[in-house]
Design a binder for this molecule. Structure first.
Ligand SMILES: [Zn+2]
Length: 387
């Protein structure tokens, strides 16, 4: 029997259209993408809450188990408090609690994929989110940049975030967690700001990491460099062959992300320096010291009646505030004891410049070209091929 004439009959055509629609829906359903990502077995552990006296946990279909693996019957939301060396829930004490749910676990009302592990650390409750590495990356993209940026910049971000995470996981194996969820490592707020573009960037680069001589690199990155990226030895003292610094005029095309100004009075600066542990009194002026070859201040000179002298640009930023003094590439003017700081660049300046990468992608460069520009001598490899 020939099938083809039947295809032309309206009833069969309707069946075929319905069938094709179902297949297309299934293929494009985000859940399939999640399953694909879950195929990558690599997991990562992120500290999402530290030193808390109380944590609430909820979620549809929430499964709660204790340190022995016994399932607990508790009413939702679960309120966990710390109590002398243990976790307290509804009057009972536990050493460790695990929470998991089919879609997401809500920790202090924020959704997280994977599972949440609660334990007691030195200063209170520690919550560690363990989840597939690829899922972590999907949630992370919009914390670090906007997924609405050109897709090659988003893919570059996915790869450096994966590379950074894998490198930290190797360095911190055996510790309770691999990464902080703040600017100390990579900003991560759970699954709330996932979207289809961040998922696409992660899926299209699944498992890819940057390597140098076959090893996963330390893929430092920052918001914008302001004209030249920094050499790693100028920030951390250690020289790395792929972090020597490159020219980058690209971020300068986005002044909103690159140029900054900040005003502070001398007494305010003195107060912040003292709070930061600097023994100083009677600060009456401040001057920019010499710059390094990358255009960043090596020193800031403090003129004071007591405890004045030179401190490093990084020490100054740390004490006065990373949000106030966004980089060590700045000039300063004193006007009636009010200091105006004018700078360019945001962050330590080492590795990839995110605003520069955005401009490179707008100029038509692919993610591989963007990455090899900011990390010279590196190679993209599949994580599964280097283990
Ligand atoms: Zn730049």
């Amino acid at each position: 029997m020939c099938f083809y004439p039947r295809v032309l009959q309206p009833l069969y055509r309707a069946y075929i259209i319905v069938l094709l629609t179902l297949v297309m829906t299934a293929v494009s359903w985000p859940g399939w993408n999640r399953i694909d990502a879950a195929v990558v077995e690599e997991t990562i552990r992120i500290a999402i809450v530290k030193s808390a006296s109380e944590v609430t946990v909820a979620g549809d279909g929430l499964l709660v188990t204790n340190e022995k693996g016994d399932a607990l019957v508790v009413s939702l939301p679960v309120t966990v408090t710390s109590a002398k060396g243990g976790l307290l829930v509804e009057g009972k004490r536990y050493q460790r609690l695990h929470f998991s749910a089919p879609v997401a676990v809500l920790v202090n009302n924020k959704p997280y994929r994977g599972r949440a592990e609660l334990s007691v650390a030195d200063k209170g409750i520690l919550v560690v989110n363990q989840l597939p590495l690829e899922e972590y990356l999907v949630g992370l993209i919009n914390c670090e940049i906007s997924s609405a940026w050109p897709i090659d910049a988003v893919k570059a971000q996915a790869i450096i975030a994966r590379t950074y995470a894998v490198n930290r996981k190797m360095a911190r194996s055996g510790l309770p967690y691999h990464l902080e969820s703040s600017v100390m490592d990579q900003v991560y707020e759970g699954s709330l700001i996932e979207d289809s573009r961040s998922r696409r960037a992660v899926l299209d680069t699944t498992g890819q990491v940057l390597t140098f001589s076959g090893a996963v690199i330390q893929a430092f990155y920052h918001s914008s460099c302001g004209g030249r990226t920094e050499a790693s030895e100028n920030v951390w003292g250690a020289s790395l062959p792929y972090l020597k610094g490159v020219e980058c005029q690209y971020c300068l095309t986005s002044p909103t992300g690159t140029v900054w100004e900040y005003k502070l009075s001398l007494p305010e600066i003195e107060e912040r320096l003292r709070a930061g542990g600097h023994k100083i009194a009677g600060l009456y002026d401040l001057k920019a010291g010499s710059s390094n070859s990358r255009g960043r201040l090596k020193q800031v000179i403090l003129l004071a009646t007591k405890g004045g002298g030179a401190i490093s640009g990084d020490q100054f930023r740390k004490a006065v505030g990373y949000g106030a003094i966004k980089s060590t590439r700045f000039t300063v003017k004193n006007s009636n004891d009010e200091l105006s700081f004018s700078g360019s660049g945001n962050g330590h300046g080492v590795g990839l410049c995110q605003w520069g990468a955005k401009q490179r992608a707008l100029d038509g460069f692919a993610f591989g070209e963007i990455l090899s520009y900011y990390y010279p001598g590196t190679e993209l490899k599949k994580l599964s091929d280097i283990r």
